[in-house]
Design a protein around this ligand. Sequence first.
Ligand SMILES: [Zn+2]
Length: 188
Amino acid sequence: MSDINLYQKTKILFYRQKMLPLRKYEFYGMTDIRIGNGYDVHALAEGLPLWLGGVRIECTFGCVAHSDGDVAIHALCDAILGALALGDIGQHFPDNSDEYKGIDSKILLSRTMALVSEKGYRVGNADITIAMQRPKLAPYIVRMRETLAGVMGIPADAVSVKATTTERLGFVGRGEGCEAYAVVLLCR
Ligand SMILES: [Zn+2]
């Protein structure tokens, strides 16, 4: 499926959700909300493409992974699955399956969002922190937010992406790997 179709499909799902009639708890001024958190880590190696938050980063190294290794999207998917209490990304998209070899993680996020819709929820907001010693990720942050928001069918101001180094400490600081943390709020 092309990215364009993917975004349109997610958008349609999003608008369908918005048209759902008021539910009982909304009528009483209550909202059903769920919170989820996700964490992911990948080793880094020279000569691989680096994808973060759905965006290709100019870099001589990238994540070692079965998929495209987008650590930020993987943490985000895990946060969403956590909020739904539906297990983790490895259960839904096994890393020993040929279907997911080299897969664009935006497709994994889109499929995760389909589960959100199935359960009658929508994403309220998401907050992601990427820990990486280099390169500087600041120039890519806005594009990551817009890309993730596009796949999730929510406004870009509901998606936060932050980047930090670990002050040269640990495996991240030594440039051996990168990690990402995500929290997400689902509502219906
Ligand atoms: Zn991963």
